[in-house]
Design a protein around this ligand. Structure first.
Ligand SMILES: Nc1nc2c(ncn2[C@@H]2O[C@H](COP(=O)(O)OP(=O)(O)OP(=O)(O)O)[C@@H](O)[C@H]2O)c(=O)[nH]1
Ligand SMILES: [Mg+2]
Ligand SMILES: [Zn+2]
Length: 311
């Protein structure tokens, strides 16, 4: 029978079998998926084939082909990576203008990584209630910028407003939620799941309680409102953005939509858009057609790539 991996603790996996039962499953030590060198062969979000033995233990015998997956590169030199989650429909980045500040560089890195993984990303500007008139305009300008690039954005106060708009967004999809510490992710989950669930500590703050963050990850079924497929939220403790994508410096511009588009007009095919001569991107930045903040984020990722420290 097949099932969906909903929780990984390093040694065991919880799998929601298609008949609705949740089983603890294991993976043989020599289990490998061809072409991927990872420290874990199976990840949250994987669809798997199961085999229950006469002794009652259940084993994962096969991982179905993944639509996508996100990784974290190991910090050691083994070139192995850790798969954080698979088959993600969308990534929701919760950001705040202030309290705490979320930098545009952080947002743009997140969006670029989502592009590299081909995962649609949505920005939620939270804590609208704390904004001054001037700050409201700043948020409006940022939303206009990202919407002009084709990203969906929302603005609200998850503490004060109802979160129906977010529920609608999550409906029937597998969503990876991210954002800096303090932006309101747990508050949002509280209001989506209601007191009952979060009080048990299932979602709320596994990582705040010292969970072993390198191997634990889980996805949580959203409350159902009708007959639609279950929606899921993935919580990967300790991961503020995504894991790193191995990115060649010539590739970075591919993940900044407007820089990629305008960069095709540069004189040289391999233009990195760092030298003003014959560069259509720099000309567009100077004319205000590309936002300076976006160009700076691009340079920042390019610089990281050159120093090989991007994760
Ligand atoms: N004023 C205001 N405060 C909010 C809002 N949303 C969350 N907060 C507050 O911001 C603080 C941090 O919120 P959390 O939900 O714990 O933030 P988090 O993103 O889960 O943070 P980490 O778990 O550290 O990653 C809490 O004191 C919340 O009450 C909001 O919309 N408006
Ligand atoms: Mg939290
Ligand atoms: Zn150029």
């Amino acid at each position: 029978m097949t099932g969906l991996v909903i929780r990984c603790t390093g040694s065991a996996y919880s799998v929601l079998r298609d008949d609705g039962e949740v089983l603890t499953c294991h993976v043989k030590g020599n289990f490998r998926i061809r072409g991927i060198r990872s420290t874990n062969p199976v990840a949250v979000g994987d669809r798997v084939e199961l085999d229950t033995l006469p002794d009652g233990t259940t084993w994962i015998t096969e991982v179905k082909e993944r639509r996508n997956y996100i990784i974290r590169r190991s910090t050691n030199l083994s070139h192995e990576s850790h798969i954080l989650a698979a088959n993600i429909d969308q990534a929701l980045l919760v950001v705040t203008l202030n309290h705490p500040v979320t930098s545009t560089t952080f947002i743009d890195r997140f969006l670029a990584t989502a592009e590299a993984y081909r995962i649609p990303a949505v920005l939620l500007f939270n804590k609208e209630d704390l904004l001054t008139e001037e700050e409201k305009e700043e948020v409006a300008a940022l939303r206009a910028l990202y919407e002009s690039l084709g990203y969906q954005t929302l603005a609200l106060s998850v503490l004060k407003d109802d979160v129906d708009e977010v529920r609608e967004l999550l409906r029937g999809k597998v969503t990876l939620m991210s954002g800096n510490s303090g932006v309101g992710k747990s508050t949002l989950l509280n209001s989506i799941f209601g007191e009952e669930v979060t009080r048990t500590g299932r979602i709320s703050d596994a990582h705040d309680k010292g969970m072993h963050t390198t191997t634990f990850s889980a996805m949580y079924a959203l409350p159902k409102t009708g007959d639609e497929p279950t929606g899921w939220i993935i919580d990967t403790p300790g991961i503020k953005g995504f894991g790193g994508v191995a990115m060649d410096k010539r590739e970075v511009s591919h993940y900044f939509r407007e820089i990629f588009r305008i960069g095709r007009e540069c004189r040289y095919d391999d233009c990195l858009h760092t030298d003003g001569k014959h560069c259509a991107v720099i000309a567009a930045v100077e004319k205000g057609e590309i936002a300076l903040s976006r160009y700076e984020s691009y340079l920042s990722m390019l610089g990281d790539e050159q120093e090989r420290k991007y994760r």
